[in-house]
Write a protein that binds this ligand. Sequence first.
Ligand code: ACO
Length: 436
Amino acid sequence: MKLADNKATLSFSNGSPSVEMPVYHGSIGPDVIDIRKLYAQTGMFTYDPGFLSTASCQSAITYIDGDKGELLYRGYPIEQLATQCDFMETCHLLLYGNLPDAAGKVDFTKRVTQHTMVNEQMQFFLRGFRRDAHPMAIMTGLVGALSAFYHDSTDINNPEHREISAIRLIAKMPTLVAMAYKYSAGQPYMYPKNALSYSGNFMHMMFANPCEDYAVNPVIERALDRIFILHADHEQNASTSTVRLCGSSGTNPFAAIAAGVACLWGPAHGGANEACLNMLEDIQKMGGVAKVGEFMNQVKDKNSNVKLMGFGHRVYKNYDPRAKLMQETCKEVLGALGLENDPLFKLAMALEKIALEDDYFVQRKLYPNVDFYSGIVQRAIGIPVSLFTAIFALARTVGWIAQLNEMIGDPEYKIGRPRQLFTGSERRDVLPIDKR
Ligand code: ACO
């Protein structure tokens, strides 16, 4: 970051001396006011619940321009990455800052595929869960448990440990997600097949069984790969900030990523694709497209607490560029599987059309986000709804690790310790129990 020519001055109406604060430029995007000395100079904190105006770190990984609807990974537009690169190249880009050449890609892919198996003990750990446990509950446990299996890569301050744990996490997440699925379905786990692509191997572990040969459908393989690319990173969102905050205490990378998985589970974040599909299914049960108007009235009614899931975003106040790419993939997958007339897809299109024209949504700049279409694609592929968020976690793992490693390498990094505006009781004395 570069010091700007201008400074910010904070003045007070009560005559307290004003304070000057440095301003920094990034390469693109809004400047920041450096308030680090504010408390020392004034005895006051800033107040910003939900971090609406707070940059919590400097980062060179992902840039979002929410007004333009632009998303760049290391400077490359998401549209180019999604159409010209695959997920392994995207992982390399996010982790190391550059797209690999052909030899670099072969080398990186080989390094990842060497680590796709998990310790055989993991299956016994998994067995402790109920068969009907939510896959995200299982994933939170399994990812955290990795730190109990890979003791040789848990020192977050050792760059070699960070590198090997990054590769292990990227390699093992598909295996763990597929194991969680197979466990719930009561089917045998399928070992990874390293000759397949990253997404092809995931499909094999999910949908193959030991009794018959399984052929990977290239359209679905490409669709999954695109889902992974589109979800790979997204700047300082809630789960990424969770990973950074958790890792800032010096905990091991597996524990920090497990914290990210737990945060992602929420319906306002990664759980939205599951919530969106459940919403579409509920409207379908109510009567489908004919009931869209009635449903929209509920969404607009402040007292109903009903939200149009898959719509709205904290940062995008324009069309989410990932939603456009996902809509394309959605059409391709439904076409390839002969599901063009899928009633849920038609319903989603009807909802989108109405929302894009309705004043309520237009005024609030609420557009479809990536989750609006990703659920329909995953359902068409045969992935159960409850597994959607786990797939998001699989894809986001590389972003979480890239952000965690960037933080550890930043000389300005400190343990994250927000402050508060205290509104509770002032000091008081404990009364004997018979006088309270
Ligand atoms: N449906 C109906 N109204 C909405 C929606 C929605 N999906 N999203 C926001 N609004 C309304 C709010 O009620 C509020 O209205 P008001 O100004 O009259 O009070 C206004 O739009 C602003 O919304 P906020 O909640 O203040 O926006 P915020 O940035 O805090 O929330 C969020 C963003 C959480 C994503 C929200 O839009 C939402 O809950 N969407 C549905 C869940 C979803 O799809 N999440 C996925 C996020 S993307 C991802 O994680 C990959």
